[in-house]
Design a protein around this ligand. Structure first.
Ligand code: BGC
Length: 658
């Protein structure tokens, strides 16, 4: 098995959406869905731009913008498909498709340059078999949007350079796609605003095309673009690669996860973060959730601290949005958006789901009640500072952020007259199927942590504990305690939403995702291995794992009590979320498909913190490994307080070398 190669044999149009995620390439500035070159908007083709948002005319929510597709290419009169292969080189982010038609062979390769953020290189090889073939390639201006259209005043130009330019509806942000190539075309063809070159091909033919997004056209060849691109990838892998000996599937799956994290890291922009669906399209409004701070930060903190700092900085910069949100609800301080967009503004609406039975919007409370979000920011900031030693960030806005979040919690807290503890009532914890609950254990701990870090002396209500099991929120243990299968059997529609008051999970102990398990993992020193075990055994059978964020927390938990065998399937589930595809694509009637960066980040956490057991003990990194049977050795580089280190783990011994 080649641990750097993803291959899919055979042509199956029904897989177009999954392949769009599976074969994604990207360079942080943009993500290019892994769709075939001849596909158009109905197959969810997208060149998705990081951090560029727009609200289209008469639409309620904003979403990121897709650029006109400069990668379009198709052959005319080639007959039927005889064989077809789609492949992705995940070491260097190179996408290739090879198709044998009745009358020609076609191979197209492409990569989004890691060295030149605005540039995509494409090489088209056509070998006619017995008759001349026509190649049509250019810029498809019909852009796929979920809540569009976003591109106004579109116009196109053709000549030595092809160009389609437009401006966004809301803020007039200029968007352009340009294309150059290294051979003269036979004719130009236009369709609406789309513009194509046409080549009549009789001999084997190689065409290099360079596509630039929001930048001047580049005249170059595929080969000359490849070298700096590969060199940049080499450096990224040198600083991050986790080497797994003994288990090729685990190695491939983890490489794949880390490939995705590198593809979506916003290295080039300021005040940009990472969306919950990465750069795979407009799903979830291109918004940044707690996913970034809790599930992605460990990867970047350990392998690319400068980028981790940028991610925190996005939140510091976004404080104005968090102040505005707190004020909107009558609170003080900073209440961070549940779905953060450009400038840290809230993108989440009150009605996130459409009921499949009535087709009416359903009130959800993620925006106003999922208050752990502010504490998650403080947690990520402090973890970052502990690992990197970057105390300066505290002065550069970290302290302000922490104090503002603490202020928010104080103004949001509830205190009974004769008690001195603070409570947090009417909240939503990580388990979104139980909305408007009191004293969610995870939320209370995050609030307490924030108050501690801000230097405030307040006691927050601790969770109830029954035989070592932490009650997820007040009254949880009294809910109907039935199996996941029974709850599933009560569904009346396959796309029905499980949460909200009328949902199948609401009155039961069935939860959407790790909640208590997230708590015990994020605060490891406060829970013994035995505590973790008891809670794992209780909550895991009651968890639907309806979010891709869930598996990682259960894998980490299982490693705590030495059960790598229980952790391993959750590791594969996390690492292969986008490789295997087929995850949840619908919440009610809303499409939520796309890539799952938090699962990818989770896979890295499992490998390093779970299997490797990497943790800070006081001020020193230490290992407490729990290797699955199939893995004989594990090594990985990481940065600690400005110094490169390397963890070496086998079943017999382990060490950290600096
Ligand atoms: C999960 C959230 C998560 C969001 C974005 C939801 O399904 O419940 O915890 O932040 O997806 O990934």
């Amino acid at each position: 098995m080649n641990p750097w190669q993803i291959v899919r044999e055979g042509y199956n149009p029904a897989e177009a959406a999954d392949n769009g995620n599976r074969f994604l390439i990207g360079n942080g500035f943009m993500g290019i869905r892994g769709t075939l070159e001849e596909y158009r908007l109905e197959n969810q083709v997208a060149i998705n731009l990081a951090g560029v948002y727009d609200r289209a005319k008469n639409q309620t929510w904003r979403e990121p913008v897709n650029a006109p597709n400069g990668l379009y290419a198709s052959l005319e009169n080639v007959g039927n498909i005889i064989s077809h292969t789609q492949a992705l080189d995940i070491r260097y982010g190179i996408h290739t498709r090879e198709t044998m038609y009745t009358h020609a062979f076609l191979k197209i390769s492409r990569f989004a340059s890691m060295a030149e953020p605005n540039v995509i290189y494409q090489q088209i090889i056509v070998e006619p078999k017995n008759s001349p073939i026509t190649l049509v390639c250019g810029i498809d201006a019909d852009v796929w949007d979920i809540n569009g259209p976003h591109l106004m005043d579109m116009h196109s130009e053709g000549g030595e350079v092809l160009k389609v330019s437009a401006t966004t509806y809301e803020q007039n942000i200029p968007i352009s796609t340009s294309e150059t190539c290294n051979k003269p075309h036979d004719e130009l063809r236009t369709m609406g605003h789309s513009i194509y070159r046409v080549f009549h091909i009789k001999e084997p033919f190689v065409l290099d095309r360079v596509i630039t997004i929001n930048a001047a056209p580049v005249f170059s060849t595929y080969e000359s673009g490849l070298k700096p691109h590969k060199n940049t990838w080499e450096t990224l892998w040198k600083n991050s690669q986790v080497k797994i000996i003994g288990d090729e599937n685990a190695q491939l799956s983890l490489n794949y996860s880390m490939y995705h994290l590198h593809c979506i890291a916003p290295r080039h922009g300021d005040n940009v973060s990472i969306a919950a669906r990465g750069l795979s399209g407009q799903v979830y409004k291109g918004a940044v959730f707690w996913d970034t701070e809790i599930f992605l930060m460990p990867f970047f903190t350990l392998t690319e601290p400068a980028l981790a700092r940028k991610l925190i900085h996005y939140r510091i910069h976004g404080l104005a949005g968090a102040y505005a949100k707190a004020k909107e609800y009558g609170f003080d301080g900073a209440f961070f958006p549940w779905e953060s967009q450009d400038g840290g503004t809230e993108g989440c609406t009150d009605f996130n789901i459409v009921d499949v039975f009535t087709n009416r919007p359903v009130r959800t409370f993620f925006r106003d009640k999922q208050i752990h979000i502010s504490g998650d920011m403080v947690y990520a900031l402090c973890q970052y500072m502990d690992w990197t030693g970057d105390e300066k960030l505290w002065q550069d806005g970290g302290r302000t952020l922490t104090e503002a979040c603490a202020k928010f919690y104080l103004s949001r807290a509830y205190q009974r007259v004769h008690r001195d503890t603070l409570e947090f009532t009417d909240v939503v914890g990580p388990d979104e199927y139980h909305e408007r609950v009191d004293n969610n254990a995870f939320t209370n701990r995050m609030a307490a942590y924030t108050l501690e870090k801000a230097g405030m002396k307040h006691t927050v209500r601790k969770p109830r504990i029954n035989n070592g099991i932490i009650e997820q929120f007040d009254g949880y243990f009294a809910l109907e305690d039935i199996s996941l299968d029974i709850v599933r059997s009560r569904l009346k529609h396959p796309k029905e939403y499980w949460g909200t008051q009328s949902g199948v999970a609401f009155a039961t102990q069935i939860i959407k995702q790790a909640d208590v398990m997230a708590l015990v993992n994020l605060f490891p020193s406060e829970f013994s291995d035995e505590d973790v075990k008891k809670n794992w055994l209780y909550y895991e059978p009651r968890t639907e794992h309806g979010s891709s964020l869930s598996a990682c927390m259960y894998a980490l938990g299982a490693c705590r009590f030495g059960r790598a065998d229980l952790a391993y399937p959750f590791f594969l589930k996390s690492a292969r979320a986008d490789l295997d595809g087929g995850g949840k694509s619908w919440a009610g009637n809303v499409y939520i498909g796309g890539t799952h960066p938090a699962a990818a980040g989770g896979a890295y956490m499992i490998a390093t913190q779970g299997f490797g057991g990497l943790r800070l003990n006081g001020n020193q990194p230490q290992l407490n490994p729990c290797l699955p049977e199939s893995i004989t050795a594990l090594t990985f580089p990481f940065m600690f307080q400005g110094k490169p280190m390397e963890a070496h783990i086998t079943r017999e011994k382990h060490s950290i070398i600096s």
